[in-house]
Design a protein around this ligand. Structure first.
Ligand code: HAM
Length: 424
């Protein structure tokens, strides 16, 4: 075969689906528990939405977007994140007239042209949660709680919750000036990327991973000392909610995040062992986003969590006996001879109509081969039909668990399988 899946993408095969289902089921349940409703958006948007929303100088917009011109000459971008699209939909559909905050969640693919490595893909899937229209720090706490609750529900241990406040347009400029001044006097010690960040986005210097920059970053001025009264009080109130609920969070002055729309609260959740880019979740408040894309001032807060990284964490942390198992059909029809094959088709249809998960053998294969297949598929029982069973209008029903076997009339089969399912 001459093709492979594109670099940085992966196929999620059937055996991995139970993990995905467990995560998606938990995500839906928790979203509902907190009163969030589902919203689905297009997978592509006008490129300008991300340039203005996420920020033209960010790595995402500068280096990572899948942007193309469509046949009508419009510049289109596959979504590199949800938040700008959710805000676009909120403004476009008049959701502002609904009771605030408007609380919505989505699950879907996100595209970023990144260097692929463990836990980092060019197509990944986000569980994205947003609450729009309210600036109360209790809402920041609620959004963080949705993430906490999800990971708790999945049984995660050893997660590290990091929070910071990166201020607002009132207080951040003075801090950025202070930061630029500090790093300018140490320019010679900075890596080449940080040399550029110093000019374009000095805040991002703080999360540089290059060992050469670490000493300078450790001694850099912290934004917490430069917050305005409003940002300081917002952050203090959020921390008091987290303390009251005994949430294990660390205030991390270096946490700045890679999207320009954030104001005040930013947070991430880190897990060991999911690769170098090890955030399972990232989010924060974005009170300036609506204006940046041409709408009225509208506060908002949210987070997104990569399902691939959640599944990786689940696989690493869940004990082997807790691993989700593949679905097991209740019955497999094995048949010998053309007439028996026809009868298997009819009985399988009856079973499915009765809601019994049913599979059957195809083609003309030996009973041994069909038993092997039933075993591989994890069938709970096998119903065997041959010439003598046709004559007597029965199947030989064999338990794959204890090997017990009995002759069951066709007319009683669905009732017996249902009773067996209930007892299983
Ligand atoms: P983000 O931190 O860029 O934030 O991405 C959120 C999460 O998506 C990450 O924590 C990670 O779990 C996952 N993720 C990101 N990039 C990749 C990748 N290349 N491969 C695998 N997983 C990845 C945002 O996207 C913001 N829109 C979150 C947000 C919502 N802020 C407010 N509301």
């Amino acid at each position: 075969m001459s093709f492979q899946s594109p670099k940085g993408t992966k196929d999620v095969l059937p055996e991995e689906q139970p993990y995905w289902e467990r995560v998606e089921t938990a995500a839906r349940r928790i979203a509902r528990l907190y009163g969030y409703e589902r919203i689905d958006l297009p997978v592509f948007e006008d490129t300008g939405l991300y340039k203005r929303g996420v920020g033209a100088g960010t790595d995402i917009v500068e280096k990572e977007m899948y942007t193309f011109e469509d046949k009508g000459g419009s510049s289109i971008t596959l979504r590199p994140e949800f938040t700008a699209g959710v805000m676009r939909a909120y403004l476009e559909n008049g959701l502002a007239s609904r009771p605030k905050p408007v609380k919505v969640w989505s699950i879907g693919p996100v595209f970023r042209y990144e260097r692929p490595q463990a836990g980092r893909f060019r197509q990944h899937t986000q569980f994205n949660v947003e609450a729009i229209g309210e600036s109360d720090p209790a809402l920041d706490f609620e959004i963080m709680s949705v993430a906490f609750h999800l990971y708790e529900e999945l049984g995660f241990r050893d997660l590290s919750f990091q929070i910071n406040s990166i201020g607002c347009p009132k207080c951040r400029p003075a801090y950025l000036e202070k930061l630029s001044g500090y790093f300018s006097s140490r320019k010679a010690d900075l890596c080449s990327d940080c040399g550029q960040r110093l000019v374009r986005n000095p805040l991002r210097l703080l999360d540089c991973k290059n060992p050469a920059c670490q000493a300078g970053i450790a001694a850099a001025p912290a934004i917490s000392d430069s917050l305005c009264g409003e940002c300081e009080s917002h952050f203090r109130t959020l921390r008091s909610f987290l303390d009251d609920r005994k949430r294990p969070v660390t205030v991390n002055h270096r946490l700045v995040r890679g999207l320009d729309y954030y104001t005040k609260t930013v947070f991430e959740v880190w897990a060991e062992g999911i690769g170098s880019q090890n955030a399972v979740c990232g989010g924060g408040r974005y009170d300036g986003l609506a204006e940046a894309i041409g709408g009225p001032a509208t506060p908002g807060v949210g987070f997104a969590s990569g399902i691939e990284r959640i599944v990786l964490t689940l696989k690493q942390q869940a004990a082997a006996d807790q691993a989700p198992s593949r679905p097991r059909p209740a019955v497999y029809f094995a048949h010998l001879g053309a007439e028996a094959g026809r009868q298997a088709v009819a009985l399988a249809a009856e079973c499915r109509a009765a809601g019994i998960e049913t599979v059957m053998g195809f083609g003309e294969r030996s009973l041994k081969a069909q038993m092997r297949e039933a075993n591989t598929r994890g069938a709970v029982r096998v119903a065997v039909i041959g010439e003598s069973e046709i004559a007597a209008r029965v199947v030989q029903l064999k338990s794959m668990e204890d090997g017990g076997q009995s002759s069951v009339p066709w007319a009683e089969l669905t009732a017996i399988l249902k009773a067996g399912e209930a007892g299983a």
